[in-house]
Every structure is written in C-alpha cells, then in structure tokens.
Design a binder for this molecule. Structure first.
Ligand code: UTP
Length: 293
C-alpha cells in the first residue's frame, strides 16, 4: 500500500526565535501570507499524504485551530459577499485527516517521532519537520519522490539533503554516501556537525524523511545525546549501522529548503516569499531597491 501517513513534529520550544515564540508556535509564524505549517501540509497533500499526525505540545493549540473548519468565519464572509477572502479558507476543506498527540516532555526530535508509534504502528511513514518549507510556496514533490525510492529500492530510511557551502557543514547533519553522489545515492551514514576537513560531503539533512517502522525500536533504545535530547539522527545512524538500507535524495536548486528555526533564515524566507507574491511582490521589490540604494 502506498505511504499516506506523515508525522509533523511541532512540539519544540523554538528558543532561537524568542520572544516571537513565547506564546505562539514558531510553526505558526507567517512566511508571506501563510503560516509555516500550512505550506508543509500543502506540500505533503500534493505528495499523496492523506493522514497527518502532529506531535504537539503546550501553547500549540493554534495549530489545531488553524486546520479546523471555522463555520462562523465562513458564514460571516459568505453573508458579507467577500468571496475572495472566502477562497483563502479553501485549505480547510482538503481531503486529509488530522490527528494530534502531545509530546508531554520536550525530550528532543527523536522522542517526538517516537510519540507517533501507537498511531503509525507497523507501517512506513513520512516525517516532515514543522519548521522547514521546501520550495517557494511549497512547490515541491520531494516527498513523493522519496516515497517512490523507498518502495522501489526496498529501503528502510530515505532522507532529503540540501547542498550547503563547505565552510558551513559544521552546522548540520552531513551525508556520508556509499559510492558516487548523484541526485539519488546510497546513504551509509550521517555525520553530525563534522569539521570542514572531516565532512564526507556537503549535503545536509533537509527536514524530510521516510522511515520503516523499525525506526521506532531504535528510538526506544536511543540514549539521550546532545543537550539531553533523544536525537532522531542517532537512531537513524544506529539503524544504518545494523545494515538497514539508506537512500539519500538531493534537493534540486529549484526546490530549496527554507529553515524557519532561526531569525537569519526566517527573514530570508519571508523576503523570498513576499517577493514571489503576485499582488505585492513587485511593490516590495521596488521598495527594497530604494532602501538598498
Ligand atoms: P529544533 O531542533 O529546531 O528544536 O526542532 P526547537 O526546540 O523547536 O527549537 P530551538 O532549538 O529551541 O530554537 C525541529 C522540529 O522538531 C520539533 C520542533 O517543533 C521543530 O518543528 N521538536 C523538537 C519537537 O517536536 N520536539 C522536541 O522535543 C524538539
């Protein structure tokens, strides 16, 4: 059966974006016209995902509210003849089922994924990090391509990677390929934050994964690593070390990853999306030209 379930972890504290994230999730911050998670859901549903499980936490209820059908608002807009604004709520009617569970203690991304175990059970599934958009306006079918590879190569782990400058590899989890690197390559290992000279490639983990349910057993026995958190990368490495088949897919330049987790890349993402806005992008471009003169 085709993979139709995705887990979106959104329970992190988002400390790098304080004070903006004190009482609202970073995953609800707007990038252009939409909050981050809306882009992620649109990307996933365009890749045939039909069930979405959010791993949420305290002060994240606005995510659930966002995907609910708001009859009062719909009626208000309908009665006042505001069809254009009404169309902005079409995403509420997507053919997708939403599930929510709480990560009751923020013990890291790996622990958040482990919270999905009871619902996901014994089936392969997608993980899409709640703070990264792939492609301008989420125009990417990377997840669909990853799922296809997962199935045809009978893989256990498929990971998306983005190229980063060599002098920045120390900030990321970096792919150690087995054999040559093409757009699709065999993944031997992932090295966390290597130095420039030790880095086996300049391909950084890019927020999208497909896993066989075997990852849950690894996560359950993974000891807390950096910062006392259970790391998803540690569980993935341990699975690969046991001989599990790993595949890497390189994001094409036309589908960049926008990381919303820190102010530098959040600002850049916002500007890129705002510039791509068909109504307001051209005026913003002129404004920026004047400001930067
Ligand atoms: P990050 O690694 O960016 O962690 O999470 P964070 O806690 O959100 O942010 P900082 O470092 O404090 O600024 C990547 C994704 O994993 C989720 C986050 O919500 C984010 O979407 N996550 C992280 C969890 O769901 N639970 C966790 O315990 C940690």
């Amino acid at each position: 059966m085709a993979i139709d379930i995705a887990v979106i972890p959104v329970a992190g504290h988002g400390t790098r974006l304080l004070p903006a994230t004190k009482s609202q999730p970073k995953e609800m911050l707007p990038v252009g016209r939409k909050p981050v998670v809306q882009y992620i859901v649109e990307e996933l549903t365009n890749s045939q995902i039909r069930r979405i499980l959010f791993i949420t936490g305290a002060s994240k209820t606005s995510i659930e509210n966002h995907f609910d059908i708001d009859e009062r608002l719909i009626n208000y807009l309908r009665e006042s003849g505001r069809e254009e604004e009404l169309a902005e709520l079409d995403f509420e009617r997507k053919d997708v089922e939403y599930f929510y569970t709480r990560q009751r203690r923020q013990l890291g991304l790996g622990h958040a994924v482990l919270c999905a175990k009871s619902l996901v059970g014994q089936q392969p599934f997608v993980v899409a990090l709640g703070d990264s958009i792939i492609g301008i306006n989420a125009k990417s079918d990377i997840v669909q391509r990853m799922v296809e590879q997962f199935e045809t190569a009978k893989a256990d782990v498929v990971v998306a990677f983005e190229e980063v400058p060599r002098n920045e590899v120390v900030r990321y989890g970096i792919a150690a390929p087995r054999g040559p690197i093409g757009d699709i390559f065999e993944l031997q290992d992932v090295i966390e934050k290597p130095s420039e000279s030790e880095a086996p490639s300049n391909l950084a983990v890019a927020a999208r994964y497909v896993f066989s349910p075997a990852i849950f057993d690894e996560l359950a026995t993974t000891k807390p690593g950096k910062g006392g958190e259970i790391q998803l990368t540690d569980a993935m490495r341990s699975l690969l070390k046991k001989g599990a088949k790993g595949i890497g897919l390189r994001l094409p330049a036309s589908e960049p990853r926008f990381d919303i987790g820190n102010y530098e890349s959040y600002y850049q993402a916002f500007v890129d999306f705002a510039l791509a806005d068909p109504d307001h992008g051209p005026a913003l471009r002129e404004h920026l030209k004047r400001t930067l003169k």
